[in-house]
Design a protein around this ligand. Structure first.
Ligand SMILES: [Zn+2]
Length: 593
């Protein structure tokens, strides 16, 4: 019989500890102390309570817990002295069936790892979907983590132990994140479409209106129909729009969604999670034959990342009447204009102005997105409520000096464009750090036609500057541009700096942020508020209606714009539950009104 939360809440402490036996390897003290957090509101609450006991324990207790774990495919596995839970996990990951070469490689990694960190390598081998990582993935992760800083790696080992505990708890409670798994699987299937040239490399790249991009639009529209949306269309810029009608004709709509394009060699969840979470919710409503007092409009935005053309937020921009006609004449790297790409895709360019939404038809906009940063992962908190999306400004710049002979030009007579930019880069780092929560980056730094024996005469570079409020961002930009000017003058250089993007900070609408907070509280997981360092479609829609976002924790330090980007189907399930809770709140409010 599966355990239930009610049973656990009703048990006496010793009994309760016994019921949670085996969740944390050879460490009953964790269950024992977690009992003090009863009554548990939910399984998610229990998971967090147990993780918290570990995270607030002494470093020695944490190390003891890590060391209580067997090596991966180690001696204990071979001699069959693992706990039942570990045997199950290692065999599910195929580790009991290693080839001799794989076995030797893992043994070597075990030895190297232990020598470096002094504890065994811990990996939740059942993985983020709970079904088991591939052996190669395990070996790659092992090798990658050997390079981590020891403090970070100890924390990473504990995070993996929490994930192992989560899966063991799921088993004990016979809980399956069914909808989270579905959303996971949609993302997995959508990631099979990738641009030419990247497929061969096994990388995910979906840029505006390529074959892969149009295939994604088709897939999403089919799945939307399967979910029971009443209307599904691909609009004039390639957005996929699904509408689930309100109970009564004339009701307003909740607008939601995110983007399905990716950066080059990006992750599978960035953007896409925010499309599939509401789709799963609509499918549930349709299955229950339920209509809400308001409709739900899910938009899979065609373009957010500005990869093929410099047209960031094209998809959401079109919904607020901010599609720039000049974009149509931009060429991609192959000389294809956006106009040609749109005609090729069969999009009706003339209809773009019609995409502009009337805010009066909508309640507001919400967006779920993976965090794309390390904060939630570090805190072991699955969801984050966004307070504001940082404002940003970008510049494309060029520093111009004098190319000259690297051997004959004395150091004090050089006009080295690259060193000028290098000096600026150090200032950029220093100045952004001063604010605490500002960030600034020189992400591109290029000496065109540079030679090993030539002092750089030109240096092309970019500037990206972000802060939670417009005033803070403007001060940051002003100081950095002033420094650029000062460096250039002092070094006898000159420069061009062209603003390529400016986006206002987008604070969450308080009543919408509150709804996310209510949802998170109802799930029994800790409430955590945070600003968004990355730009999102919500910041465009913000210009015409209230908005608020929810972040889902990422794995691997929340890395994003990288193939290592990941999250778990359990966290996806929590995001879906939170979204459903917001729908329920809105329905209750509308009924009262
Ligand atoms: Zn995104």
């Amino acid at each position: 019989m599966p355990l239930t939360i009610d049973q656990l809440n009703a048990a006496d402490p010793a009994q309760g500890t016994q019921l949670l036996d085996g969740i944390y390897e050879h460490s009953p003290w964790i269950a024992e102390q977690a009992m003090a957090a009863r009554p548990f509101k939910s399984l998610a609450h229990l998971k967090h309570a147990m993780a918290k006991v570990v995270n607030t324990a002494s470093q020695q207790a944490q190390l003891d817990l890590i060391r209580a774990h067997p090596e991966l495919a180690g001696k204990a596995m071979v001699s069959k002295t693992l706990t039942a839970e570990s045997t199950n996990e290692q065999s599910k990951a195929g580790l009991t069936q290693c080839t001799p070469e794989e076995f030797t490689r893992i043994q070597q990694l075990n030895t190297d790892y232990n020598a470096r960190f002094g504890f065994p390598f811990i990996l939740a081998v059942r993985g983020p979907r709970g079904t088991g990582l591939a052996k190669q993935e395990i070996i790659d992760t092992f090798a990658r983590r050997l390079d981590n800083h020891p403090d970070f790696e100890r924390a990473e080992a504990l995070r993996n132990i929490h994930r192992i505990a989560e899966i063991r708890l799921n088993d004990k409670f016979a809980f399956e994140p069914t909808l989270g798994n579905d959303v996971w699987d949609w993302q997995e299937r959508l990631s099979q479409h990738t641009d030419k040239g990247y497929e061969e490399l096994g990388q995910l790249t979906v840029t505006y209106l390529t074959d892969a991009h149009r295939a994604c639009a088709q897939r999403i529209s089919h799945w939307m129909r399967d979910c029971g949306f009443d209307e599904v269309e691909i609009d004039a810029v390639g957005n996929v729009v699904g509408r689930y009608k309100p109970a009564n004709e004339g009701g307003k709509y909740l607008l939601t969604g995110s983007h399905y394009d990716t950066v080059r060699n990006g992750g599978k969840y960035d953007g896409r999670l925010g499309i599939f979470v509401p789709m799963a919710c609509v499918r549930e409503l349709q299955r229950q034959n339920r209509r809400l007092p308001f409709g739900i409009e899910v938009v899979a935005f065609a373009e957010e990342e500005g990869q093929r053309y410099k047209a960031t937020f094209l998809g959401s921009g079109a919904l607020i009447g901010d599609f720039k006609q000049a974009w149509l004449d931009q060429q991609d790297a192959d000389g294809i204009t956006m106009r040609e790409a749109m005609q090729h895709a069969g999009l009706c360019i003339d209809d773009i102005p019609k995409l502009q939404r009337n805010a009066a038809d909508y309640l507001g906009f919400i967006e779920v997105h993976i965090e794309q940063g390390p904060v939630l992962n570090e805190l072991d908190i699955p969801l984050g409520v966004v307070t504001s999306i940082n404002g940003s400004q970008r510049y494309i710049c060029e520093m111009i000096g004098m190319a000259s002979h690297a051997g004959t030009t004395p150091m004090d007579r050089r006009r080295d464009a690259a060193v000028g930019v290098a000096e600026l880069a150090l200032y950029v780092e220093h100045r952004a750090t001063q604010d605490g929560d500002s960030v600034a980056t020189i992400g591109q730094l290029h000496v065109p036609n540079g030679s090993i024996n030539v002092v750089p005469g030109r240096c092309l570079f970019s500037l990206d500057m972000r802060a939670p409020t417009n005033a803070q961002r403007d001060a940051l930009v002003k100081d950095i541009l002033a420094k650029l000017d000062e460096i250039a003058k002092r070094r006898g250089l000159h420069y061009k700096a062209e603003m390529s993007m400016s986006a206002d900070a987008a604070p969450s609408a308080p009543e919408w942020q509150k709804r996310w907070e209510n949802a998170v509280n109802a799930l029994g997981v800790p409430l955590f508020r945070m600003p968004s360092g990355a730009g999102h479609d919500a910041m465009k829609i913000h210009e015409i209606m209230p908005q608020a976002m929810l972040f889902t924790r990422g794995l691997n330090s929340g890395i994003s714009h990288n193939p290592l980007e990941s999250t778990t189907s359990d966290d996806m399930q929590l995001s879906i539950d939170a979204f459903s809770h917001v729908l329920a709140q809105l329905a209750a409010e509308e009924q009262k009104a």
